[in-house]
Design a protein around this ligand. Structure first.
Ligand SMILES: [Zn+2]
Length: 294
């Protein structure tokens, strides 16, 4: 019994030590790596405007998003994404912005994460609006749907642990493409190579931590600076996030089916406030990861 516990402890300790050595020494060389490399700079921000309308001549399979009484999520997310691009290009010199969609037309979630990965994004910010489903009530024995407008404020999502297998295959692809090797010539994307497995786990852990940290920074700006209500940071399996091999956050900017939030989300001042908070959080995040890599 005791022996078993001791064995497990030694095993855990050696894994921890291996992880530490991974973080301390640059072991591999794929470009834009956020894991090791001293002198790392955050260069590319991917901005993802959630949803979109059906491209002409197509039917189905497109995600129109939620709607309020006078506006649609897909239009609000695009307006905020375009403003965010302008603000980052103005206030964060040296940082390039790539949009996953810049027109009203929808882009599939697979294509969105492809765009993010192809452009070697350092972070992925997905912009959405929240909405509550109708409540079902009974009146005189009849089922009726009653709009639930009680949701308000922001919510930040990062991908949950149960989805990281999908992220793994994206990271493995990235390792393969960049022909990552360590000093002994091991590594790369071979899933049976223990070095790959260790690298993969270290990268996954790092992305997850960085995603949660960035989400916390954004949440703090919304709450402390803008005085908004927040449902906090939660982990959830979000397809577009877990297929992007980089720290990723989905920002629910407000409840579009709550009249006060909808007015705020559609106002110039509301959109400007959301954008300014995102830029402050990204600036703080950039400084922290770059300082840590020095
Ligand atoms: Zn959405």
């Amino acid at each position: 019994m005791k022996n078993k516990i001791l064995k497990r402890l030694i095993c855990t300790l050696s894994l921890v030590l291996i992880s530490f050595s991974l973080f301390s020494f640059p072991l591999y060389n794929f470009k834009n790596d956020t894991l090791s490399s001293s002198g790392y700079k955050l260069r590319t921000v991917i901005i993802d405007a959630g949803h979109g309308q059906n491209p002409p001549g197509t039917g189905g399979h497109f995600s129109l998003g939620a709607s309020g009484s006078c506006s649609n999520e897909r239009d609000v997310t695009l307006a905020i994404a375009l403003k965010l691009q302008t603000a980052i290009e103005k206030d964060m010199p040296g940082v390039k912005v790539v949009l996953t969609r810049s027109t009203p037309e929808d882009v599939s979630w697979e294509r969105r994460s492809e765009i993010a990965n192809e452009n070697n994004g350092d972070v992925f910010i997905s912009i959405h609006c929240n909405s509550l489903p109708d409540k079902v009530e009974y009146s005189h024995g009849r089922r009726i749907h009653v709009p639930d407008r009680s949701g308000k404020g922001v919510l930040l999502l990062v991908y949950g642990f149960h989805r990281t297998k999908e992220e793994e295959s994206v990271i493995r692809k990235k390792l393969n493409e960049d022909e990552a090797v360590d000093e002994t010539g091991n590594g790369g994307g071979d899933p049976n190579d223990p070095t790959t497995v260790i690298l993969m786990n270290a990268i996954k852990t790092k992305y997850r931590k960085q995603s949660i940290h960035l989400a916390d920074l954004i949440n703090t700006e919304f709450v402390d600076h803008d005085g908004r209500h927040s449902d906090g940071v939660i982990e959830q399996g979000v397809l577009v996030l877990c297929h992007s091999a980089m720290p990723s956050v989905l920002v629910e900017t407000g409840f579009i089916n709550n009249p006060d939030d909808e007015a705020y989300l559609n106002s110039q001042s509301g959109q400007d406030e959301i954008v300014a908070s995102l830029v402050r959080a990204l600036t703080n995040y950039k400084k922290e990861v770059e300082d840590a890599a020095e």
